[in-house]
Design a protein around this ligand. Structure first.
Ligand SMILES: Nc1ncnc2c1ncn2[C@@H]1O[C@H](COP(=O)(O)OP(=O)(O)OP(=O)(O)O)[C@@H](O)[C@H]1O
Length: 636
């Protein structure tokens, strides 16, 4: 099968022999072009698909790309082992060479939960208030994604003793023979940069490198890419207008300066938008033109359509009811399926009023980006058993399940166990010593012995059997009944376990299963399934498209968000006269609105209320930047 391509898309596909930068607008077929290029390399030019590294933004996008490649080339997904996210690709390298960095095999990845538990311990050891947990976690994450982590952290002066905290945190990770999500990139960069033999071996793994969503790459990712590419065999694709992860360290300047970094680069522009109508594209273009930092391109659409509608409401409740009514109306009068409509908002709290309105009006809806699957309690608990089986030094996981479900190890018993040995003694060892020394009651000792034996037994089992064994041996179902709020909650949790069993049955061994879990932990659950209007944050809607889109809450303080401007919640102190605001922050907020607007194919509604959460608010300044000829204003 061949994909039909425009002349510009074909130019991007067939350009070889030097680095290619595809700078493209929203809905211009970026992913389509990248997939077509891989198919071209493999099908037309005879490249070995196993030697093509193609980086996607999410694991889901990697799966979609492989399934698309199967349709086009007829080759199964396992023929494309290097279609992966940056983290997943780097972890393949890191786990192979981890001994060079002083780790043992298997190297494990600490999840968000494990990271938080460890950081709480760090704060306690340094006598720091627990209020520093969130700021410390994000500062460490950003530091690890920068070129100079200690230098970066030194500036985060809101957090006392932060450099010591970083050191202690890294020490604990090393004791657990684990890395965190951000280390995966930083350590791979260090490995490739400092170890010439490893670098050469890794560079010769790939004949061609492609990167999707390049605008959201950070400094470390760009450096890794640079270290892996040979002979200019590189194509990056992206849209700097859609860079919305600066708060996480992404830096669109790598994209913007690509032609400077690679002076022989071939730049291809994809400017035709195949998704949205002309008024939508024109409105989004006019908005983004207010950003000073961007690569020039002229996006257009050939499809006619209705103007973008801007609505004003008295309150957020009124806005939400109108959205619910209009969704129903669009469904009944125009036949638009509810799951082809989306309501998008800047921050999560906006969804509460919306959900109430949807329920009142009986409009089915589906929240996107809820708690990630792997962060749910039952999933976390059961995986912790497997983590302990694989890594006897994973104290965080062991502590988590030592008495879950309850196995008669009371607080007194646990205290005795924890007191054995020094802080460097692994918890598993402490448990063993407690048994040897006969410190526990008969009942507690029997229970602990059974628990440790179970962990040993799990080691040798295939992943699905290991999970099943934990559920049975620990009476996990009965435990879930106790903690579930009602029958529906219990059923949902049991379904999650079924889902885990299915995922586990696809993995060849425990290590691979756990690695895959850890690598998707950071991704949001996208709520693909189920019928109903999609409710999502702007960030969660990245890459998606809907026939009708409602962008709500276009008010100062919410968009641009006060935090992005360095202001206070009510817009008071912090922001001075115009020009004093944080310009990069403001530009990122504008890009966020650009992303939200360009999700719409045919209908786009932008709305704001005069009062939100009971506070009086002003319309967003971005509304005044939209072109009058493509906008229709309506008030309540
Ligand atoms: N040459 C083409 N002919 C017809 N339709 C196309 C063409 N290229 C892309 N499309 C369609 O345009 C829509 C947008 O494509 P795609 O999702 O790949 O764009 P994108 O650039 O990744 O979008 P965004 O960055 O906004 O998420 C899709 O529905 C796709 O099928």
């Amino acid at each position: 099968m061949r994909i039909s391509l425009s002349a510009a898309q074909r130019e991007a596909v067939e350009s070889l022999g030097r680095p290619v930068l595809v700078t493209a607008g929203a809905g211009s077929g970026k992913t389509r072009t990248l997939t077509a290029k891989i198919a071209y390399l493999v099908g037309d030019l005879g490249y070995d698909p196993r030697r093509i590294l193609a980086i996607t933004f999410t694991n889901k996008a990697a799966e979609e790309m492989k399934s698309r490649l199967r349709q086009i080339t007829g080759r199964p997904p396992q023929d494309f082992p290097w279609v992966r996210t940056f983290h997943s690709a780097c972890f393949q390298i890191l786990k192979e060479y981890c001994e060079e960095l002083g780790y043992r095999r298997p190297l494990t990845i600490h999840s968000e939960y494990q990271q938080k538990v460890t950081l709480k311990k760090v704060l306690a050891q340094l006598d720091l208030d627990s209020k520093y947990l969130a700021p410390l976690r994000s500062a460490i994450s950003r530091a690890k994604n920068s070129e100079d982590p200690r230098g970066y952290l030194a500036q985060a002066n809101r957090i006392p003793r932060r450099l010591e905290a970083l050191e202690l945190y890294n020490e604990i990770l090393a004791q657990h023979n684990a890395v965190d999500f951000d280390d995966i990139l930083g350590l791979t960069r260090d490995l490739l940069a400092r170890n010439e033999a490893v670098r050469e071996r890794c560079r010769h793994l790939f004949d061609y490198v492609l990167v999707d969503e390049f605008q959201d790459s950070n400094a470390v990712q760009c450096r890794i890419m640079d270290l892996l590419v040979r002979d200019g065999n590189l194509t990056v694709v992206g849209d700097d207008y859609q860079s919305i992860y600066q708060f996480r360290g992404a830096d669109p300047s790598h994209f913007i300066h690509f032609p400077k970094t690679y002076p022989n680069a071939h730049v291809v522009r994809l400017e035709e938008n195949y998704r949205s109508t002309r008024p939508i594209v024109a409105a989004a273009e006019a908005l983004i033109a207010h950003n000073a930092h961007r690569l020039e391109k002229k996006c257009f659409s050939r499809r006619d359509g209705e103007p973008v509608e801007v609505r004003e409401f008295l309150s957020d409740e009124q806005e939400a009811l109108w959205v619910a009514d209009t969704c129903r109306n669009l469904h009944e009068t125009r036949g638009i399926p509810l799951d082809r409509m989306a309501v998008l908002y800047r921050t999560r709290f906006c969804s509460m009023v919306l959900e109430q309105a949807m329920r009142r009006r009986g409009v089915p809806y589906k929240m996107m980006g809820g708690r990630g699957f792997f962060e749910r309690r039952e999933v976390r608990d059961l995986n912790a058993y497997l983590l302990c089986a694989v890594n006897p030094r994973d104290d965080v996981s062991l502590e988590q399940i030592l008495n879950v479900p309850k196995r008669g190890l009371g607080t007194g018993t646990l205290k005795k166990i924890f007191a054995i040995g020094g802080s460097g003694t692994p918890l598993r060892e402490k448990c063993r010593r407690a048994l040897e020394r006969g410190l526990l009651s008969k009942k507690a000792a029997r229970s602990l012995r059974e628990f440790l034996d179970l962990l040993e037994e799990l080691r040798g089992l295939p992943p699905a059997s290991a999970l099943q064994r934990v559920v049975e041996a620990c009476g996990y179902e009965a435990y879930l009944r106790q903690i579930s709020t009602d029958e529906d909650d219990f059923t949902a949790r049991m379904e999650n376990i079924q889902q885990m069993l299915h995922a586990a049955s696809q993995a060849p061994d425990l290590e691979t299963y756990l690695e895959e879990c850890a690598l998707v932990t950071e991704e949001q659950d996208d709520g693909d399934d189920g019928y109903g209007v999609r409710l999502s944050t702007f960030h969660g809607a990245k890459g998606l498209e809907f026939e009708a889109v409602f962008v709500i809450g276009l008010e100062e303080g919410l968009l641009p968000h006060w935090r992005s401007l360095g202001a206070s919640p009510r817009g008071g102190s912090g922001v001075g006269a115009e020009g004093e605001e944080d310009a990069p922050g403001l530009e990122e907020e504008r890009r966020l609105l650009y992303v939200a607007m360009t999700r719409a194919e045919k209908q786009l509604y932008l709305s704001h209320a005069k009062a939100r959460k009971g506070d009086l608010v002003r319309p967003s300044r971005f509304l005044a930047e939209l072109p009058e000829e493509h906008v229709r204003h309506r008030s309540w």
